[in-house]
Design a protein around this ligand. Structure first.
Ligand SMILES: [Ca+2]
Ligand SMILES: [Ca+2]
Length: 282
């Protein structure tokens, strides 16, 4: 007995967890650890252009392909592009619609497109035709400040509008689950949603604000916003305006390359810009 007591005394001084009778450990009281936030690093920029007349026009949405080997991109002029990680690209399909956002169901490869001001399309392989899924009726009157962002979130869709930085969650069959509510309620410096990307690994939602917000306090210029997965808490804000300051309308998380892809919609008369922004701790 004497030796057992000695062991217990030594153990208690070494381990923070108290030892119960018989030497079993009782777990220490736990507080949920705060996960570290991603840290933004260097960026690389490509001008998406082959010639004076052949360039990517008004790139406004990006998502990774099903196999993660290229990016799908959409532009306001109604073009679906395949964009490669070296800045080369091909036109895949065109349709007369103001395409502002794109997301993918990684299991099926189905693409979901946000059409300003209010519509959602689905495209299945080989992505040369579309099905209209539903309209976000509350965005119907938002004109050119309507739906710009779309994100695939565990079988449902987040949709975001420029007007009021309004966020909704819908099922793919068009049942409204949440919203619309303004992200300004939790992030007072965001003026609009220009794009969204939900990352299922970290369970976080990214949004980008494409406005200069010059002389519009409290709104910040050209910024990325990071929220928890339910978009109930702001986690971080990242200014991107030192390199993405035309009209950054896309955000796309790419874990395999440790980066976030941001694109500038530079209007009809200028090639769009693609930025690879390195992040650690995504
Ligand atoms: Ca656009
Ligand atoms: Ca718009």
């Amino acid at each position: 007995m004497k030796s057992i007591f000695r062991i217990l005394a030594v153990s208690a001084s070494v381990f923070t967890a108290p030892l119960a009778f018989g030497g079993e450990t009782t777990p220490p009281p736990t507080t949920a650890p705060t996960p570290a936030l991603p840290v933004m690093g260097e960026h690389t920029t490509w001008k998406l252009q082959k010639s004076d007349t052949d360039y990517v026009v008004e790139l406004s949405g990006l998502c990774l392909s099903k196999d993660g080997d290229f990016l799908w991109g959409v532009g306001d002029n109604g073009t679906l592009y395949k964009i490669h990680f070296d800045g080369s690209y091909e036109t895949h399909w065109s349709y007369d619609a103001d395409m502002e956002g794109i997301a993918i169901d990684p299991a099926t490869g189905d693409l979901y497109m946000a059409i300003e001001p209010k519509r959602v399309y689905r495209l299945s392989a080989p992505y040369t035709g579309k099905t209209t899924l539903f309209d976000v009726e509350e965005a119907a009157g938002m004109g050119n400040s309507g739906i710009e962002g779309i994100a695939w979130c565990k079988g449902d869709l987040y949709l975001g509008a420029q007007t009021g930085a309004t966020l909704w969650k819908y099922t793919v069959s068009g049942e409204k689950l949440k919203g619309g509510r303004s992200l300004r309620d939790i992030a007072p410096t965001i003026s609009e949603i220009a794009d969204l990307c939900y990352d299922p690994v970290s369970d976080r939602l990214w949004a980008i604000d494409s406005n200069s917000n010059r002389d519009r306090p409290p709104y910040l210029p050209y910024s990325l916003y990071l929220f928890n997965g339910d978009a109930t808490k702001l986690l971080a804000t990242y200014p991107v305006g030192d390199f993405a300051n035309w009209n950054p309308e896309t955000v796309c998380v790419d874990r395999a390359r440790g980066c976030i892809w941001i694109a500038d919609d530079c209007g009809e008369d200028h090639p769009s810009l693609l930025h690879k922004v390195e992040f650690t701790g995504l």
